[in-house]
Design a protein around this ligand. Sequence first.
Ligand code: G6P
Ligand code: MG
Length: 213
Amino acid sequence: MRAVIFDLDGVVVDTAKYHYLAWRKLAAELGFVFDEANNERLKGVSRMTSLEIVLETGKIQNLSMEEKIALADRKNGYYLDMVSTIDESEILPGIPAFLERLRAEGYKIALGSASKSGGMILKKLGLMPFFDAVVDGNLVERAKPDPQVFTKAAEMLGVPCKDCVVIEDSAAGIAAAAAGGMKSVGIGSSEILGNADIVVPDTAELPGLDLPK
Ligand code: G6P
Ligand code: MG
């Protein structure tokens, strides 16, 4: 039995752009510009780690834990507003066909997302019936590049890690897959995702792709 474990943001759906816009809005309110080059470092990492990176780029120091939690909550509020109307039209190209193919070929399918909104988004997209296991930020303590989100998914599926392929758009996620002893397919640029077993420029390639063994 083999399995495919999907990251969510930037792989199944284009929510990566909403995370970015929400952080950018928070940064603007704090008086600095948060640009796309810096945003690459936020992909795949937890909300609080993202906040630390955003504050570092704005050279904001010495905040209390309460202040940091309030800022992270504020960003999450903006994000939740932005995704409140999300629907299947925002599923990325090739994903439905790829899910159908995996199901027809007998693969187990799981979600492995750092986002605490991961399960909720999957439901809104109507994709829940494809997934045999859903692991999101509510079920893990350690964020990518720690492999916990993927190893937990493998455990829930009952598939050995070496028989799992992770689909990821972030460097942290590709590192997490390798740390968990899993194969990986990177979605995006090979400059950023060079450690993946295979890199494709976008999700439209997935339905016809030979998965790494
Ligand atoms: C994913 C995204 C990150 C996001 C993180 C936490 O890994 O790639 O950009 O910050 O999840 O998401 P959350 O919805 O819990 O704030
Ligand atoms: Mg992602």
